[in-house]
Ligand binder design. Structure first.
Ligand code: C5P
Length: 409
């Protein structure tokens, strides 16, 4: 009869979790742990040191997780960069069992196998569950390495005392699955403060066709929208990016490509149902050709060309009028060259927004195409927050920090 899986805390459901396994007998226990996580809806990928594969074969983990196991720096499935792929992909990493050897190599900052390289490339919380002989665990060298890792922010799940593989009783046995799960949940709780939230972000400059090969657009690079989407996804939100810019989307961001303002509006109407937050970073065009030519306009046949333009309706303003989307907290962006506060407040009111970020396009060191931005975040309740010059990614996290308390639970 199959055993009931260990209950998985809610915080771990739906997360992308990398399990890094080193060569200890307790590796067999991690099979059940992986299985429980998969059954709870987490996405699990496994990497093993070569000695770990002596205890449990990779096919066992492949069967449980449905994904290829990485066993070396040169075998990354479809990734061109196997040494950093998992570290970049994961929202949480568990090293279990962690041998004395792997603990030492992690503390030393090595990257000569898939487990250590993955950890060096990681940005997410890391939980390490050591398991080893009791004399090894007690050794000063190991304890100093553990202290070093703790100081660097790693969560250590201490081994328990009990019957060891060597035949006697001592401290060194891998902690129970429940203890490990609780430590993992604790490690992600503050980090994933957008878990359970649906966030829709727009990015890039819309393109309005003149004919099948030409369009009217603007200089927006889409970098701010992509940075916001990445930040929200890294904090656990389910993110859809409606984009008129063609960058590669961050892990966990679902991207919907659009060209015109009309396509963006249609996509937003369907994506925003049930969403918590709209971050409208796209530079939507203000005018479009009244008619797009069906065939390429040929210079030889066209001595002069007058384009008739018509205004593009305001997308956020029309979304504000949609009752089905009343629960969505809508944040707009305003590129201004003077009077940021006054113009921001006026635009926020006119467009029915709950908040607006006004940034100063008269400054040449920030804004369009730059990695940096700065401005002011204004809320409809009258509060304001300066957004000091920072990278677009840092500014995104600051915006999310300020907006989160305003979202309905
Ligand atoms: O009026 P302005 O273009 O400065 O407003 C910028 C804000 O309004 C941005 O959030 C932009 O995405 C949004 N906008 C819109 N529809 C338009 C023009 C701008 O939703 N047609």
């Amino acid at each position: 009869m199959p055993l009931d899986p260990t209950p998985v805390p809610d915080e771990l459901r739906g997360l992308r979790i990398a399990l890094l396994i080193s060569g200890g007998i307790a590796a067999y226990k991690v099979v059940d742990l992986a299985s429980a996580l998969v059954q709870a809806g987490s996405e699990v990928r496994v990497a093993m040191t070569s000695s770990a594969t002596r205890f449990v074969g990779p096919p066992t983990f492949e069967g449980v997780t449905g994904s290829r196991v990485q066993t070396g720096l040169w075998s990354g499935g479809t990734s061109p960069e196997p040494h950093v792929f998992l570290g970049d992909w994961a929202q949480l990493i568990l090293v279990a069992p962690a041998t004395a050897n792997v603990v030492g190599r992690i503390a030393a900052g090595r990257s000569d196998d898939i487990v250590t390289a993955t950890l060096l490339a990681a940005r997410c919380p890391v939980v390490i569950a050591p398991a080893m002989n009791d004399a090894m665990w007690a050794k000063e060298a190991v304890q100093e390495n553990v202290t070093t890792l703790r100081r660097r922010g790693v969560t250590i799940v201490e081994p328990e005392s009990g019957h060891l593989a060597s035949g006697h009783v001592g401290t060194g046995r891998l902690a129970s699955s429940q203890t490990i799960f609780n430590a993992m949940a604790h490690a992600v709780r503050s980090r994933y403060d957008f878990a359970g939230r649906r966030v829709v972000v727009t990015a890039g400059g819309t393109r309005e066709p003149i004919d099948p090969v030409r369009f009217i657009s603007n200089y927006s690079s889409g970098k701010m929208g992509f940075a916001l989407a990445a930040a929200a996804a890294d904090r656990g939100a389910k993110v859809t990016l409606v984009s008129a810019a063609a960058h590669v989307a961050h892990h966990g961001v679902e991207i919907q490509h659009v060209d015109t303002a009309e396509e963006m509006l249609a996509e937003l109407r369907s994506q925003l149902r049930g969403a918590d937050l709209l971050l409208m970073a796209a530079a939507v065009g203000d005018f479009r050709p009244s008619r797009a030519a069906k065939r390429k306009i040929r210079r030889e046949e066209t001595p002069s060309l007058n384009l008739e333009l018509e205004p593009i309706p305001d997308l956020v303003a029309s979304l504000a009028g949609d009752e089905a989307l009343a629960g969505v907290f809508r944040v707009g962006f305003a590129a201004e060259d003077s009077d940021l506060d006054a113009k921001g407040v006026e635009k926020m009111k006119r467009k029915g927004l709950q908040a607006i970020i006004a940034n100063d396009i008269s400054r040449r060191d920030i804004g369009f195409g730059s990695e940096y931005n700065a401005g002011v975040l204004l809320f409809s309740d009258g509060t304001r927050h300066d957004l000091e010059k920072s990278t677009k990614r840092e500014m995104s996290d600051r915006i999310l920090d300020l907006v989160l308390p305003k979202l309905k639970r």
